[in-house]
Design a protein around this ligand. Structure first.
Ligand SMILES: [Zn+2]
Ligand SMILES: [Zn+2]
Length: 369
């Protein structure tokens, strides 16, 4: 019987190469030959944590590949055929609830591995489940009838398509959640793959001021931020970011503050609250902290600030991200900096966490490299 090689997380910071049986594909399902599994800050955090559901996990939730084998009904339902290059969302939803009908699979309880032991999400669901191949760090990934598949447009390479997840998050958080649009003034905190993707989304939508913050080790990323359209970049270790933002905006502040720092805790929230305009700004947050001493609730209410929570992407933001990549309007190739093979998965994750290769922005794991 044919075997599929995968890198499997078997404990905190512990990966092992394992073989799985090639799944049987029926009328309703398909098999994707993996090309690129994108790695993000979430992988860095998840890698160190205990196994969330108890069983081993094939990591990899940002997956691009070719439809290698597909049942008749699967092809009919998804509008794909064997040989098509596709992006598969990591949510495997129920397709029955209201969230699913809106294309908001991220909120469907069938995808919530935290609260639902049968929840399906690529890169999170344990490989103990039937069909095993529930993650991108493998030669093949199993696609059931309810996988969410997007065709990658012609002219977009698998590696470029690998940044569709941060870019769709950028569109979701900046444009849909925070209403960035024509003439918006935006503060983006953190120049990683997520922050850089937000620049492109904001620029495309017509923002007329984009300020990006980073630290001294982000020097290279801040340079790329400028190439992608940032008007100003601030090294927060060299200058006072708030003073600089107020200087740039003539004391007016910004309309929107987006936290893309991946774990700087309360600092980006505090800076965002201060840097937003006098009344009515939007603060997009990523809550990693469990406690927030002296949370500035008074200032938030007085400044009439709206708080939005960063939470993945919708079907529409994925489609828009793919169109953006196909337009080649922005040199997003600058973001895809590193590729690694399956047996280098640990080093690849560490590199995203700044503990491996130098000057990393986006890392692609290529399971056939
Ligand atoms: Zn991710
Ligand atoms: Zn649902």
């Amino acid at each position: 019987m044919e075997k599929v090689l995968a890198s499997v997380k078997i404990g905190p910071s512990k990966l092992e190469m394992r073989e799985f049986p090639m799944p049987e594909i029926d009328e309703e399902s398909a098999l994707m030959k993996m090309e690129v599994a994108g790695i993000c800050g979430t992988d860095v955090k998840m890698f160190k944590q205990p196994l969330a559901t108890g069983g081993p996990v094939i990591m990899g939730h940002e997956n691009i590949g070719y439809i290698a084998k597909a049942g008749r009904k699967f092809c009919e339902r998804k509008g794909v055929k064997e040989g098509d290059l596709v992006f598969v969302e990591h949510y495997v939803p129920c397709f029955k609830c209201e969230w699913c009908h809106k294309g908001e699979y991220r909120h469907c309880s069938a995808t919530d591995w935290r609260s639902n032991p049968n929840g399906r999400r690529y890169g999170y669901t344990t490989s103990d489940n039937p069909y095993h191949l529930w993650g991108g760090f493998a030669q093949y990934t199993y696609l059931p009838w309810n996988a969410v598949v997007h065709k990658v447009p012609a002219g977009v390479t698998p590696e470029l398509a690998g940044i569709v997840t941060p870019l769709s998050n950028g569109i979701e958080w900046a444009l849909f959640d925070s209403q960035v649009g024509y003439a918006s003034k935006v503060l983006i905190q953190g120049p990683g793959q997520q922050g850089l993707s937000q620049i492109v989304a904001c620029k495309q939508a017509g923002a007329d001021l984009i300020i990006v913050t980073g630290t001294t080790k982000d020097a290279k990323r801040l340079e790329i931020a400028k190439v992608l359209g940032a008007d100003y970049v601030i090294d927060v270790q060299k200058e006072d970011p708030l003073a600089r933002i107020m200087d740039i905006t003539a004391g007016e502040g910004v309309d929107v503050s987006l936290d893309c720092t991946a774990g700087a805790g309360t600092i980006p929230v505090m800076l965002g609250v201060e840097a937003l305009k006098r009344k009515g700004g939007t603060l997009l947050i990523q809550g990693e902290m469990t406690d927030f001493p002296n949370f500035p609730i008074g200032k938030i209410t007085v400044k009439y600030i709206t708080i939005k929570c960063a939470r993945g992407h919708s079907y529409r933001s994925c489609e828009l991200a793919l169109q953006q990549l196909a337009s080649h309007r922005f040199p997003l190739e600058l973001v895809t900096t590193h590729t690694f093979g399956l047996n280098e998965a640990e080093y690849a994750i560490k590199s995203v966490g700044n503990e491996g290769a130098k000057d990393v922005i986006h890392v692609s794991l290529l399971p056939w490299k």
